[in-house]
Design a protein around this ligand. Sequence first.
Ligand code: 9MR
Length: 337
Amino acid sequence: MLFGSCQPEAVSDDCSVVPGLYNMASFPIGVAVDLVELENNQAYEALLDQQFNQLTPENIFKADALHPGQNQFNFLVADRLVAYAEQENKSLHGHTLIWHQQLPQWMEGFSGTRSEWEAMFKDHIQTICSHFKGKVRAWDVVNEVFNEDGSLRQNIWLEHLGPSYIEKAFRYAHAADPEALLFINDYNLALSSKKQEAFYKLVDDLRKRGVPIHGIGLQMHISIAFPSDDALGSCIEELAKLGLAIHLSEVDISINPYNRNITYNTDLANRQARKLAYLLQAYQRLPEAQQYGITFWGLSDLESWIPSYFGRNDAPLLFDRDYQVKPVYCQFKKLLP
Ligand code: 9MR
């Protein structure tokens, strides 16, 4: 049991799980999906199916999964999710083409001339985009390219291709799947003004030069303590001025960011609910055409990456470890249009 026996206050009667969230919303409501759970856990599948209509593969569309050898792509597993999405009429958000993590070993150790790097980079993007052409609504083309101080993150792509790798990634992806919406995705943009400014500048520059970029993914791994509501609101408002689609792409709200010995209680549950309500209301102030969707980073507290990654008790998602709704779900649902 995560936090002892203390439970948040009982969920009120008007918080029914039916109809599901996506039936209440004017934009897609997404979730990061774990295919192993989806295929083997009936309760997981039922809840996911009922509540969400857009799926982001949490791990199985990353480079190490799709491109395990230089001349070897593996789409077998990913295609099972594609089939599920088609069958259940859910859209798919591809995550992610170019990142510094979850790279296959051969890619990290690749040695070649600049033009060989370029060819490998292009082949990676275009083979994947071509395979999923017409099946994904959008791609996170580049993920987490900035450091907190606004400089470009050192990664194999920057090292071997220079800063233009970002622009090239969008151009290659677009050539392979002209219908897919192409996103740049990053975290902590509301926490670091330097990062936010650099992000704005880069996207503005890409857009003005006609690079095919259509959306901004704001990850939103946030907590009840930070960023402040004002910082969150102004980040969304500022970046929306670029006129692109906005995806709250990886929402979770930690209740224990300082790793304290805490007990999940009504106060924490309510603070979490208020934080998400604030985020949703800031999102709803955007022009409708820019509301691409809101995606939660996991179905329930049981699947969240946070407890294992940070080694702490936490409960950052809409459903508890028994797949029961939490106040944060009820509040969110109440405010959907
Ligand atoms: O949730 C993902 C977790 O299962 C993986 O182990 C981890 C590997 O780095 O990636 C997690 O998802 C990340 C996402 O792909 C990009 N933004 C940050 C997410 C949380 O780390």
